[in-house]
Design a protein around this ligand. Structure first.
Ligand code: 6PG
Length: 244
């Protein structure tokens, strides 16, 4: 597993570089396998990337051969303001010619256990049943507490080894979510972390000062077995890293 840390001027530069990486990865995957499997996160950080992919860079990707998934979802309907699907739909999916059958949203409107089970079956349908789903690229963010996707600190979800997707009740948010599990995330060919803003400087220092796996910081458990982890961070988020 190799980690690459790129510090860029600001969040716009992070989004532009991320778009370039997504485009590059899509070409590699489509040239070699005929399709590009991408899992995206929610939250605010990736929204500008989605917007760029849906506008300035729209023509740089063969959307017909993109299969899009989510790393996690809030247990809300797809038109709810908190829906990760809605965020990606409004900024990207509504602007590109991706076949509807290639949009594999997590059904947050279902009861959490059922929604997680349905998503797991969708992953089996899309990746076959010869082992873990292997995404070409997974885009992740990092919470100030070190969570990523919907894998939160010291949660039982961190030790799930069999299921591809599970429901998690997030105490501090008083809400249910559905998330991909660590074995699936760590089976990706590439993980792209997008971290911007001064509020993330502390957690980035914690993560990079000690590269040991630490369940207090679930993002530290994301260490692709065969793939690579690329960190795109802006100057504000990297301001507490040594040597920055
Ligand atoms: C979610 C995300 C979550 C997010 C982090 C960072 O569903 O909220 O998957 O893991 O990536 O909380 O969120 P921001 O990008 O908004 O800082």
């Amino acid at each position: 597993m190799t980690d690459q840390l790129c510090v860029l001027h600001d969040s716009e530069a992070v989004s532009i570089r991320a778009a370039s990486l997504v485009i590059g990865r899509s070409k590699i995957a489509q040239d070699s396998k005929g399709r590009f499997t991408l899992a995206v996160s929610g939250g605010s950080t990736p929204l500008r990337l989605f917007e760029l992919l849906g506008t300035s860079f729209r023509k740089d990707i063969d959307w017909e051969r993109v299969e899009i998934f989510w790393a996690d979802e809030r247990c809300v309907p797809p038109d709810h303001k908190d829906s990760n699907y809605k965020g990606a739909h409004d900024s990207l999916l509504s602007r590109v010619d991706i076949p509807p059958e290639n949009v594999h949203r997590i059904k947050g409107e279902m009861p959490p256990e059922e929604g997680a089970g349905e998503y797991g079956e969708e992953l089996l349908r899309c990746f076959g049943n010869s082992g873990l789903p292997a995404f070409d690229l997974v885009i992740l963010g990092v919470g100030q507490d070190g969570h990523t996707a919907s894998l939160f600190p010291d949660a039982a979800s961190l030790s799930e080894e069999k299921r591809f997707a599970i429901p998690v009740y997030v105490e501090k948010l008083q809400s249910w979510r559905i998330t991909l599990t660590l074995p699936v995330l760590n089976n990706a060919a590439a993980i792209l972390f997008l971290v911007t803003g001064r509020k993330k400087a502390g957690i980035l220092r914690e993560i990079f000062e000690n590269r040991e796996k630490n369940p207090e910081y679930p993002v530290s458990l994301i260490q692709p077995v065969h793939g690579e982890a690329i960190w795109l961070v802006d100057r504000e988020a990297s301001s507490q890293l040594k040597g920055m």
